[in-house]
Design a binder for this molecule. Structure first.
Ligand SMILES: NC(=O)c1ccc[n+]([C@@H]2O[C@H](COP(=O)([O-])OP(=O)(O)OC[C@H]3O[C@@H](n4cnc5c(N)ncnc54)[C@H](O)[C@@H]3O)[C@@H](O)[C@H]2O)c1
Length: 439
C-alpha cells in the first residue's frame, strides 16, 4: 500500500490527530468540525485568553455555540494550547493565522512565517499541512514550502502541502463550514489528494485544482469580484444622488431580471478581514511584476471614500435643519462591519465616527453586538437605545442594519436619520417622512 493510501486508511479509522493553528473566526469553526467528526483535535493559539476560554468549554465566536465546544472539550475531542510542541503528536496541521496589511498596504506575512517556522522545527515524515490564511498567489510555494524544506524533508514526498482558501461567511446561517464547497490545490497530486480527502471528512464537496497558486488565486477572484461590484454599486449610489434617483429602487428593479444580473447594495464602505484587504494582496503581487491591477485599485479607492461620502450626507441633512456637524450630537447605530455580527475589523462606522469627531461633533454609538469598543483613541460603551436617547440627538446614522433593531421605533423617535443601508425600507412613510436621508 502506498503512503497516501495508508494515510487515507488512518483517516477512515479517525486515528489521525488534527492540529489547527490560529483559533479565530476561521480556525475555531474548523477545529469544532473536525472534533465533531470524531478526530482528536488540538488548537494552537498564541493568545492565552482564547486558549483558556476554549478549555473552559466556551466559545468566543458567535457562529460556534458554547455548548458544542463544552461537549467536545468534556469528551476530550477538543483542546487548546499555546504549546507548539503538541505538533509532534499531530498528523495534519491547518494554518489559520491572520494575514493583515502593513501600514503601507503591503502584505504582512509575519504571522504565517512565524507559524510555519514553528511547524518546521517539529516537521516529520507523513505530516499533512494545509494553509488556509488568505494570501497572494505564490505564498505556499515561494514562502511556506522553502521554510518547511529547511527541515531537510521534501514537500510532496516526505510531507504533504496544500493551500485551501477559507470561505467562511460570519453570521451566515445557511452556508457553514460543512455545506460550503472547499477548493484545494497541493504542491503535487499526492498532496492535493490527501488534503482533499481529509477535508471531505467534514465538508460535503471538495473541489481540487492543479496547484496552490490556482487555489490562492481562486480566493482572490471571489473577493475581488465582491469588492469591485460593491464599488460599482457605491458609485451608482453617488450617481443616482446627483441625478435625483433612488438607487435602492433601481437595484430592486434591475434584480427582477432573471439572468445576467446579480444584486449588490451600496453602503457606508466595506469592512471585515477580507474584502477590503485581500484584493490588495493581489495588486501588491502584480506590482512586483510591473502590472497595475486597475480594477482592484479603483474599487479600493471608491469603497475607502464611502465614509467621507456618508459624512457629507450627514452634513447635508443637518444643513437642512440649519445645523452644522460641529456642535451636533450624532448617534451611530451599528458599528460592526456587517449585520448580526460583532466584528469591528476595518468597519467603516469607525471611520465615520472619527471623521465626525474631527469635524467637532459629539458622537455616541449603539450596537447590540458590541457592548464596548476602543474608537478614535477612546474607550466607549454602547448607549442604551431608548426613546429619550433617540430624541436627544440631532442626527441618527444607521451604519449597520442589524436584524434585531426596531426600525419603526427608531424612525418614530429620531429627529433626523441618515440611513446608509435602506434599513427603514419597511417603515411606513408617515413615520419617516421629512426626517429620512438615504444613501
Ligand atoms: N474572518 C473571516 O471571515 C475570514 C474568511 C475567509 C478567510 N479568512 C482568512 O483566514 C485567516 C484568519 O482569519 P481570522 O478571521 O480567523 O483571524 P483571527 O484574527 O480571528 O484569528 C487568528 C488567530 O491566529 C492567532 N495567531 C496569530 N499568530 C499565531 C501564531 N504564530 N501561532 C498560533 N496562533 C496565532 C491569533 O491569536 C488569532 O486567535 C486570514 O488570512 C483571513 O484573511 C478570514
Amino acid at each position: 500500500m502506498g503512503k497516501v493510501e495508508e494515510l487515507k486508511k488512518k483517516i477512515d479509522r479517525k486515528e489521525l490527530k488534527i492540529g489547527i493553528i490560529g483559533l479565530g473566526y476561521v480556525g475555531l469553526p474548523l477545529a469544532v468540525e473536525f472534533a465533531k467528526a470524531g478526530f482528536d483535535t488540538v488548537g494552537i493559539d498564541i493568545d492565552p485568553k482564547k486558549v483558556y476560554t476554549i478549555n473552559r468549554g466556551e466559545s468566543y465566536i458567535p457562529d460556534v455555540p458554547s455548548d458544542e465546544v463544552k461537549q467536545l472539550v468534556e469528551m476530550q475531542k477538543l483542546k487548546a494550547t499555546q504549546d507548539y510542541s503538541e505538533i509532534e503528536a499531530i498528523d495534519a496541521i491547518f494554518v489559520c493565522v491572520p494575514t493583515p496589511l502593513s501600514k503601507t498596504k503591503d502584505p504582512d506575512m509575519r504571522f504565517v512565517i512565524q507559524a510555519v517556522k514553528s511547524i518546521k522545527d517539529r516537521l516529520r515524515e507523513g505530516h499533512i499541512i494545509s494553509l488556509e490564511s488568505t494570501t497572494y498567489p505564490g505564498t505556499t510555494e515561494e514562502i511556506v514550502q522553502p521554510i518547511l524544506e529547511e527541515s531537510g524533508l521534501k514537500a510532496g514526498k516526505d510531507f504533504y502541502l496544500a493551500f485551501s482558501p477559507e470561505r467562511i461567511d460570519p453570521g451566515n446561517k445557511k452556508f457553514t463550514v460543512k455545506n460550503t464547497p472547499k477548493v484545494v490545490g497541493g504542491v503535487n497530486p499526492d498532496s492535493t489528494e490527501i488534503v482533499a480527502y481529509l477535508y471531505s471528512q467534514i465538508i460535503n464537496e471538495v473541489v481540487k485544482v492543479s496547484s496552490p497558486k490556482a487555489a490562492e488565486m481562486t480566493k482572490l477572484l471571489e473577493n475581488t469580484f465582491r469588492s469591485v461590484n460593491i464599488a460599482l454599486v457605491n458609485e451608482f449610489a453617488i450617481m443616482c444622488d446627483i441625478l435625483g434617483i433612488d438607487v435602492w429602487e433601481v437595484i430592486d428593479a434591475a434584480s427582477t431580471k432573471p439572468f445576467g444580473f446579480m444584486k449588490f447594495y451600496p453602503g457606508p464602505g466595506i469592512g471585515g478581514h477580507c474584502i477590503p484587504i485581500d484584493p490588495l494582496y493581489l495588486s501588491w503581487k502584480l506590482k512586483t511584476l510591473n502590472y497595475n491591477a486597475r480594477f482592484i485599485e479603483l474599487a479600493s479607492e471608491i469603497n475607502t471614500n464611502m465614509p467621507r461620502y456618508v459624512v457629507q450626507k450627514i452634513a447635508d441633512a443637518l444643513n437642512e435643519k440649519q445645523k452644522s456637524i460641529k456642535g451636533s450630537k450624532i448617534l451611530i447605530l451599528g458599528i460592526a462591519y456587517k449585520k448580526d455580527i460583532n466584528d469591528l475589523r476595518e468597519s467603516p462606522a469607525i471611520d465615520i465616527i472619527r471623521l465626525l469627531e474631527e469635524k467637532g461633533a459629539y458622537v455616541e454609538y449603539n450596537d447590540p453586538y458590541v457592548p464596548n469598543a476602543m474608537i478614535n483613541g477612546k474607550m466607549r460603551e454602547s448607549a442604551n437605545l431608548t426613546k429619550e436617547l433617540l430624541e436627544s440627538f440631532d442626527c441618527v446614522v444607521i451604519t449597520t442594519d442589524h436584524s434585531n433593531y426596531d426600525y419603526e421605533f427608531i424612525a418614530r423617535h429620531a429627529k433626523l436619520i441618515v440611513d446608509t443601508k435602506n434599513a427603514l425600507k419597511k417603515v411606513p412613510m408617515d413615520i419617516k417622512e421629512g426626517k429620512l436621508y438615504k444613501l
